[in-house]
Design a protein around this ligand. Structure first.
Ligand SMILES: Cc1ncc(COP(=O)(O)O)c(C=O)c1O
Length: 409
């Protein structure tokens, strides 16, 4: 860590770590180092959501017929400002899975076409790809990412090498779920476009973990979650579509807005509780109050330090090289880090399999420690997250828990 960063982190002691915990309802008896899986909404954001719910239930007709549409557009406007986008190109969805489904089910896939996914891609989204491909008679192809500690240029080469003249669509994760790699998106998008493939970015982990500028990224669609690192209430994500990709794009649920334009279609998909969407401005205000981009940078440093600490404690290695990793100097780590678990660690049979990973994760939960474990390339990898309420002591405690449970056979 450089001297400037150390100074920022020291000043941040008054804001972050233990000092920030009072804002969350997290159970202090649990080791919460897994913001990445389901997020955690802070009290001021939940209070804003409760305010919207009171309004909705006090005068339902007035709320749904008159107040909701402008309130949703105002919330989309605030979010757009944060993402480097325009409000009219953003629609709210309940989560990243729903947003990816909207794009995949709208895409005009034909027999013989190919859809490219990543081997580190999120399983639920890969299932949605399998479903639409099977219905169209299309093929799913896969790019294998170099891992661990890949060079960004090697990642781009792996994706480019898996594109064929038949690839019509590539589904690219912004930050991979099992391995926490921040992929070099701009270069990947350029390679896909050069090969004639459209790009759906699955950015479930992106917003609030890394800075985004959607307009300049050049992707065709970007799906993100607000309930992860943005700290919005659960059931809150968005779909951004490039202006020339909005015709023919429909939500996963078709309703009154059908064929009335992108925003109108996504703003109404039947009666549901929109309070999580409407609380997004409160989430953005909350994060700004905790330092905004300084907090994002601190979380990235903390995740890298956590990965290094755990790798040293377990005698293994990290999956990414931290904020300035890779020979090209490109950022490859965000506010999550992965560390390889020592083998055989708790294995009965099927060393390094998904079952083995699930067994270790269960033991961690039994020990009141929440951190996901994935099998990658025959080894187990643990993922930790860093958000405002975390501090290095959390990962020291996790190291102790891991050493204990991995010894116990
Ligand atoms: C890359 C990726 N895509 C999609 C999702 C799904 O997010 P959600 O359950 O909010 O739809 C996740 C969840 O962690 C993810 O990591």
């Amino acid at each position: 860590m450089d001297r400037d960063s150390a100074a920022v982190d020291q000043r941040g002691d008054a804001l972050w770590g233990q000092a920030a915990r009072r804002f969350w309802r997290l159970d202090p008896r649990w080791l919460s180092v897994n913001h990445g899986s389901f997020g955690a909404a802070p009290r001021p954001v939940l209070a804003a959501q409760a305010g919207w719910r009171r309004r909705m239930e006090a005068r339902p007709g007035q709320f749904f017929r008159r107040e909701l549409a402008p309130a949703l557009r105002a919330a989309a406007g605030r979010l757009a400002g944060f993402l480097g986008a325009e409000a009219q190109d953003l629609g709210f969805v309940a989560n990243a899975t729903e947003g990816c489904n909207a794009v995949l089910r709208s895409f005009d896939l034909r027999a013989g076409d190919e859809v490219l996914v990543l081997d580190h891609g999120y399983a639920a989204v890969r299932n949605a790809v399998r479903h639409v491909a099977a219905r169209a008679g299309a093929r799913v192809t896969e790019a294998a990412l170099p891992f661990p500690r890949p060079d960004p240029a090697a990642i781009v080469a792996a994706v480019a090498g898996a594109l064929t003249p038949r690839t019509r669509l590539a589904v690219i994760d912004h930050i991979t779920s099992p391995s926490a790699l921040v992929l070099p998106l701009a270069e990947i998008v350029a390679a896909c476009h050069a090969a004639g493939a459209a790009v759906l970015v699955d950015g479930a982990h992106g917003p609030g973990q890394v800075t985004l500028d959607l307009k300049s990224l050049g992707a065709d669609w970007y799906v993100g979650n607000c309930h992860k690192f943005l700290c919005a209430p659960k059931g809150c994500g968005f779909l951004w579509a490039a202006p020339d990709r909005q015709a023919g794009l429909h939500p996963a649920v078709i309703s009154h807005g059908y064929a009335r334009g992108f925003a109108a279609e996504f703003d109404w998909t039947g009666t549901r509780d929109p309070s999580a969407f409407l609380a997004v401005p409160a989430a953005l205000d909350f994060l700004a109050g905790l330092g905004g981009t300084a907090l994002l940078a601190r979380n990235t440093r903390l995740a890298a330090a956590a990965g290094a600490l755990l790798a040293a404690r377990l005698g293994t290695e990290t999956g990414s090289t931290g904020p300035l990793g890779g020979p090209t100097g490109g950022p490859i780590g965000g506010a999550m880090a992965t560390v390889r678990l020592p083998s055989p660690g708790l294995a009965t049979s099927g060393l390094g399999t998904a079952e083995h990973a699930a067994a270790v994760q269960e033991r961690l939960l039994d020990a009141r420690a929440d951190a996901p474990v994935h099998a990658i390339g025959g080894a187990l990898w643990l993922r930790v997250s860093a958000h405002a309420y975390n501090e290095i002591g959390d990962y020291e405690r996790l190291g102790e828990v891991l050493a204990r449970i991995l010894r116990a056979r």
